[in-house]
Design a protein around this ligand. Structure first.
Ligand SMILES: Cc1cc2nc3c(=O)[nH]c(=O)nc-3n(C[C@H](O)[C@H](O)[C@H](O)COP(=O)(O)OP(=O)(O)OC[C@H]3O[C@@H](n4cnc5c(N)ncnc54)[C@H](O)[C@@H]3O)c2cc1C
Length: 388
């Protein structure tokens, strides 16, 4: 793997870095520390700048009008985009556009016409419904939502938990068990419209994330046409899993971006804050924290780039993506924790972005496959055994 950035990557990352520093951070100075959106008019203005940079709809495949960005470059861009207060969960407040639910690219033409294309035009929103009250770390075993065929329809009963954005969505993907005898081969993905009778958002679940929340869904005799199966019957789990593995790369890169921004703040503060007659930067206890931060940042970055590089070369990258996700999310959490310690009291105040990063990074060790699951994935490969 060549770890030197090529000319195009250097140019793109510098462009995005300038955009974050010149356009996003100044706006955040006047926003509530827990803000989840930009002031009216600003999002449109910034979206036009991003279009001008040729970076709009980053994750959209070229045949649908996206820039067709390589995964390593996408990781580097994600690292830059996260470097502001809301950047972990709302990189640049969404002004770079969205590819929507990536599983929809596997849909048939009618499904793309009805769901994917309106989503890309910003006319429809979707949700991803895998996790259930019975568990999300091992969804292949935990899914209890049942879909039973009835003529040309399927009737779905069950519930889902922690589903982001379902209360604002027009449709979503529901993973349900269609053949209980077949384990993970018995799970099917259904596209469900949120106005179908039997679909209900039972409650919202608030978490450590600023503003955003998950939902609990109730599916009660929800009748879905057979044509709404996404992909093949019984192949829902692999549809979910393939995208999740790939998603771990920008997910990790965003954490590293936040860590980079926290480290910059820690260094600047250590160089100017005096205690006991000298600046903090002269104290070995502080120097070691700064060095440990740098080790966590560079280790996480190398690992996500390695995973991305393998994916780009068509090589298996599940192990590397799991390792990057585990090391990157945990390391970024430590970096922000140390940066807060170096800042003392101001570090935990809402005057600085550190407290939001600290809270939101904690979720990253659980979402998109918790740390334990990443270890299970790696152990399976190393030992050629099941997870027990
Ligand atoms: C803010 C937020 C947003 C989310 N958004 C979505 C969404 O949009 N769609 C969606 O489908 N899901 C979503 N999730 C759910 C998330 O994916 C799950 O929380 C996650 O997969 C873990 O599932 P669980 O919480 O049920 O934990 P469990 O499966 O109950 O596991 C509990 C703990 O035990 C650990 N564990 C499990 N098995 C083992 C083992 N064999 N050995 C050791 N430890 C083990 C797990 O790692 C975990 O830490 C979201 C969660 C959060 C917090």
């Amino acid at each position: 793997m060549d770890i030197a950035l090529n000319e195009e990557q250097r140019m793109i990352t510098e462009t995005v870095r300038r955009f974050v520093r010149n356009e996003i951070r100044p706006l955040e100075r006047d926003l509530d520390p827990d803000a989840v959106e930009l002031p009216p008019g600003e999002a449109d203005r910034l979206r036009e700048i991003v279009r001008g940079m040729g970076l709009y709809n980053l994750d959209v495949p070229e045949e649908y009008g996206g820039p067709g960005m390589a995964l390593t470059t996408r990781g580097l861009v994600a690292e830059e985009m996260a470097q502001h207060r809301a950047g972990l969960y709302l990189p640049c407040y969404g002004v770079f556009g969205s590819a929507g639910l990536v599983q929809l690219y596997s849909g048939n033409e009618a499904q793309k016409e009805r769901y994917l294309l309106p989503m890309l035009r910003g006319e429809k929103k979707g949700f991803f419904g895998l996790t259930e009250p019975s568990g999300g770390a091992d969804p292949a075993r935990a899914i209890q939502t049942r879909a039973i065929r009835d003529g040309d329809d399927w009737v779905i009963n069950g519930s889902k938990l922690f589903i982001s954005g379902a209360d604002r969505a027009d449709f979503g993907l529901i993973f349900a068990r269609t053949d209980p005898e077949k384990g993970r081969q018995g799970i099917t993905c259904f596209i469900v419209d949120t106005d179908m009778p039997g679909f209900e958002v039972r409650r919202v679940v608030h978490t450590l994330r600023s503003g955003n929340y998950g939902t609990e869904l109730s599916l009660d005799d929800l009748r879905v046409p057979h044509g709404n199966i996404l992909g093949e019957e019984g192949k829902g789990f692999s549809l979910a899993n393939t995208a999740l593995t790939r998603q771990r790369i920008p997910y990790t890169a965003g954490c590293i971006g936040v860590a980079v921004a926290a480290q910059e703040m820690a260094i600047a503060y250590a160089q100017q804050r005096e205690t006991f007659g000298a600046v903090l930067a002269t104290r070995q206890a502080i120097q070691w924290m700064i060095v440990d931060n740098e080790i966590d940042i560079r280790t996480g970055r190398l690992l996500y780039l390695q995973a991305a590089s393998k994916a780009e070369h068509g090589e298996p990258f599940r192990f590397e993506a799991a390792m990057a996700k585990l090391v990157g999310t945990e390391g970024a959490g430590r970096v922000v924790d140390r940066a807060i310690q170096i800042h003392g009291g101001i570090g935990v105040s809402k005057d600085l972005p550190l407290e939001r990063w600290y809270r939101e990074l904690r979720i990253r060790r659980i979402g998109e496959g918790p740390s334990e699951v990443q270890r299970i994935i790696m152990a399976r490969d190393l030992l050629s055994v099941g997870s027990g």
